[in-house]
Design a protein around this ligand. Structure first.
Ligand code: G3I
Length: 302
């Protein structure tokens, strides 16, 4: 196959990208995005501050622009994200206790109702674990009680029973890291107790502080063995190593429950990291990089 999406589809997987609503008028951007990818994540537009800027008043203008562009072009959409300590609107940042807990529940219900039956995967909870301890990250949500994550998942299941419900985080790629173990133990516990969770997203933002680990495949496999799908949800590699990109793809392909890969942007100039770090598959002029060819070849070799 000659595109990333079609090549991934040969093994029943998808290849996605993050899309920014503000760039949908850039034809160089949309031409590449439309041609290469068959899964879309809204880079910011489905987050809490975007979809519920005032409490109880939902706004899906930009989220729907992305959803409509994706589906009109034959792509699926990953929902990102319903419960997160970051990118909360001001009103939510100032809540605590039962009022915040209820606001979280109302938010999940409001957003999932809007997209009921239309979004196959939701990042229900994003980045809830601490970067080093293996325990929970301190946040206003965490301070509502340790059960906030399972409440979020139970709420999401009831709101849209057709959606696959994912936990999504970064620095959970290296099997030996405490954060990886913390998330693994949560998923294991949820599966044992029947808390509804269907998938785990590995953001996989690789850089010199959190490099691609040689045990990445083992991490994906160990999570999958708990009975969840795994997905690489926000891939970027600082420096853009073609070899590392191929390793990531081959690791996903080696794990039957690794359902797809999403890169966090189209061109280097679209990356949250800045173009100078060369983290993506297309250069700032929209040309295919060596990493692109390496990914396409790996997908086609499967
Ligand atoms: O839209 C405003 C603009 O009006 C304003 O002038 C400008 C000035 O700072 O800010 C713009 O908003 C920025 C927004 O991106 C859109 O460009 C925010 O400041 C900025 O914080 C925001 O950054 C996003 C970041 O999440 C916020 O947490 C990045 O685009 C986005 O790529 C990044 O994505 C996250 C995932 O959701 C979760 N995992 C990590 C990943 C990378 O940080």
């Amino acid at each position: 196959a000659s595109t990333l999406g079609a090549a991934a589809a040969q093994t029943g997987r998808y290849f996605g990208t993050a899309i920014a609503a503000g760039k949908l008028g850039d034809s160089a951007y949309t031409t590449i995005a439309n041609r290469e990818f068959n899964m879309v994540t809204a880079e910011n537009e489905m987050k809490i501050d975007a979809t519920e800027p005032n409490q109880g008043q939902f706004n899906f203008t930009n989220a729907d622009r992305i959803y409509d562009w994706a589906t009109q072009n034959g792509k699926q959409v990953r929902g990102h994200t319903l419960a997160w300590h970051s990118q909360q609107p001001g009103w939510m940042q100032s809540l605590s206790g039962s009022a915040l807990r209820q606001a979280m529940i109302n938010h999940i219900n409001g957003v999932m109702a809007h997209y009921e039956g239309k979004i196959p995967y939701w990042d229900v909870v994003n980045e809830a674990y601490d970067d080093s301890s293996g325990g929970r990250r301190d946040s206003n949500l965490q301070r509502t009680g340790n059960d906030w994550i399972e409440v979020a998942f139970r709420t999401a299941r009831a709101a849209d029973p057709a959606a696959k419900l994912c936990y999504n985080d970064y620095n959970t790629d290296n099997w030996t890291w405490a954060k990886t173990q913390g998330v693994y133990n949560m998923v294991k516990d949820f599966k044992a107790r029947g808390v509804p969770i269907d998938c785990v997203g590995f953001q996989s933002h690789f850089n010199s502080n959190s490099p691609y680990p040689s045990n990445y495949r083992q991490t994906l496999q160990n999570f999958a063995a708990l009975g969840v799908d795994v997905a690489i949800t926000e891939l970027d590699i600082q420096g853009g190593s073609a070899t590392t990109y191929a390793n990531v793809v081959n690791d996903c392909l080696a794990v039957p429950r690794c359902i797809g890969i999403t890169v966090w942007g189209v061109r280097d100039s679209d990356s949250w990291l800045g173009a100078n770090t060369s983290p993506l598959l297309f250069d700032s002029n929209g040309n295919k990089k060596a990493a692109y060819t390496s990914v396409l070849n790996a997908l086609n070799a499967a």
